[in-house]
Design a protein around this ligand. Structure first.
Ligand SMILES: C[S@@+](CC[C@H](N)C(=O)[O-])C[C@H]1O[C@@H](n2cnc3c(N)ncnc32)[C@H](O)[C@@H]1O
Length: 242
């Protein structure tokens, strides 16, 4: 029997969700960077900076950035100016194409690949990074199992993603902002209200901090922990493979 997944509030099969999400990213790719700046009022830059600080890339690390999109995380990693190999993965041709145009570095390799079924060998990477992508993957558990498989023993998993604010008051304001401002800006700037409606709904339906921690533990990671940024609007989860 086909398992049912959420594409926003619509129930779909895994294949349908993947296709619908890919259509969203093909449609928004041209305005993706501008929309990130407008919707987060620039805050996504701080979140990504903090993320890369926590990742703490070391000389000769082999790193994979999954759902890399236009490549912000890779650009942040390269600013550290140390010798690292980076494999960049995204399922969307238009998005990865933007990344490829922005990043010219012989230590960075680009791949079109689904996070649920990675083409890399077992025990290949020191660090697995995923930023604002996990929410869009049809089968999150499958992608966590894949992350675990391709990490070396001693390897580390890092996920930056929207989560749930801790304060009731902030939560109220944030929910109104998400439900009204984001689709409106989506319509005005990108002429695509539906795509940004999906963004709002996908944030609502994504597992909260503790639920994601449980999923990571089930996938085999140990010492799983998270830190909240902006009161938990965004969270960074971290886990280790023994
Ligand atoms: C919101 S963007 C995040 C881009 C970038 N990491 C950032 O933080 O700005 C999500 C990206 O994940 C990609 N994506 C969605 N589902 C995927 C999957 N199953 N496998 C690989 N990439 C996927 C999308 O194509 C898109 O480029």
């Amino acid at each position: 029997m086909n398992k049912i997944f959420n594409f926003g509030y619509t129930k779909v099969t895994s294949k349908e969700k993947t296709e619908l999400v890919q259509k969203v990213f093909s449609d928004v790719s041209k305005n993706y960077d501008l929309m990130n700046d407008i919707m987060s009022l620039g805050a996504h830059r701080l979140w990504k900076k903090k993320f890369v600080e926590l990742v703490d890339p070391l000389k000769d690390d082999k790193i994979i950035d999954v759902g890399s999109g236009s490549g912000d995380i890779v650009i942040e990693l390269l600013k550290k100016n140390i010798n690292i190999d980076i494999d960049v993965v995204d399922l969307n041709y238009e998005m990865i194409n933007i990344g490829e145009k922005r990043i010219k570095n012989k230590k960075v390799n680009f791949h079109i690949n689904n996070a649920e079924n990675l083409k890399f060998e077992n025990n290949s990477f020191d660090k697995y990074l995923i930023s604002f992508c996990l929410r869009n993957i049809s089968n999150i558990d499958k992608s966590l199992n894949e992350a675990f498989r391709i990490l070396k023993p001693g390897g580390k998993y890092f996920c930056l993603e929207f989560s749930k604010p801790k304060s009731f008051f902030i939560s109220k304001i944030y929910n109104k902002y998400k439900a009204n401002f984001i689709p409106l800006v989506g319509k005005l700037v990108a002429d695509n209200k539906a795509a940004y409606n999906y963004l709002n709904e996908s944030i609502d339906l994504f597992p909260n901090q503790n639920q994601l921690k449980v999923k990571l533990t089930k996938a085999g990671f140990i010492n799983v922990s998270y830190i909240n940024l902006f009161n938990g609007i965004v969270t960074i989860h971290k886990g280790y493979k023994l």
